[in-house]
Design a binder for this molecule. Structure first.
Ligand SMILES: N[C@@H](CCC(=O)N[C@@H](CS)C(=O)NCC(=O)O)C(=O)O
Length: 251
């Protein structure tokens, strides 16, 4: 199968983690969001929402939504299992994943886009911006690009976004009872959903786990998993600099 993904995208990192845990081989197709490659017609045919990631199965059928893709992979290859066997616990897991989708990702996007996409997007002329907006399939994502191109997030908005993002740490500290993982004894898609956010929180607010010892231990355990290294979750700032240096290199 082929994974169309962004190296810096949290939703993409989630799927890379899942594929690595499963030991499923795949072809990696990086998508450059700063060039709006995810708004090209061929990509939109795979993901009608115009966001990354998208998984293209061997038989040509596409799949989008990181949480759906991860559940699909867990059904496709049930060993090692990444969802609790108990239906109630599975439902609790899904609600946690949904919580991160709704309450963490929008805030992280404000912080990430401000450094990764705003400098380039603010240089576009009105005509260039309109041309790009015309290719974006949803009003919500169009609004996000207008915002980043024309009305940069203020320091206060970024501060609020970080405060909201940090609520994940409190939530996880409460969930990590006996541990060692969010759903108890077994590593699951709940942990995988949280990893990209906690990795970024560790960079943005290194003291964030000072009052959350269970999350601090969980984060150490996550980084020791072989799948964590395989998923190639680089530091955001280092990856961004490498990408910019690559783009600036003469052809
Ligand atoms: N719920 C989606 C969210 C995907 C998403 O928002 N991806 C971001 C990167 S993490 C993206 O592609 N943004 C590009 C855009 O909005 O133009 C999923 O989990 O797959």
């Amino acid at each position: 199968m082929k994974l169309f993904h962004g190296w810096l995208s949290s939703a993409s990192r989630r799927v890379r983690l899942c594929l690595a845990e499963k030991g499923i081989a795949y072809e990696s197709v990086p998508i450059d969001m700063s060039r709006q490659e995810h708004h090209a017609p061929a990509y939109l045919a795979m993901n009608p929402n115009g966001v990354v990631p998208a998984l293209l199965l061997d038989d040509g059928r596409p799949l989008h939504e990181s949480s759906t893709i991860c559940e699909y992979l867990d059904e496709l290859q049930p060993v090692p299992p990444l969802r609790p066997a108990d239906p109630y616990q599975r439902a609790v897991m899904r609600n946690f994943v949904r919580w991160t989708d709704e309450k963490s990702l929008p805030h992280l996007l404000i912080l990430n886009w401000s450094i990764a996409l705003q400098p380039g997007a603010s240089q576009w002329s009105d005509a260039q911006l309109q041309e790009r907006l015309d290719r974006i399939p949803t009003a919500e994502r169009r609004a996000a690009w207008i915002r980043i191109a024309r009305q940069p997030y203020s320091d206060e908005e970024k501060h609020t976004a970080l405060t909201q993002l940090l609520l994940l740490v409190d939530k996880m500290e409460q969930m990590l009872g006996g541990g060692p993982w969010l759903m108890g004894t077994d590593y699951s898609l709940a942990d995988i959903a949280a990893v990209p956010f906690i990795a970024r929180i560790a960079e943005l607010a290194p003291d964030a786990f000072a009052d959350a010892p269970k999350v601090a231990d969980w984060w150490q355990r996550v980084q020791q998993r072989p799948a964590y290294a395989l998923a190639n979750i680089q530091r955001f700032d280092a990856a961004l600099q490498a990408r910019q240096a690559e783009a600036a290199r003469p052809a």
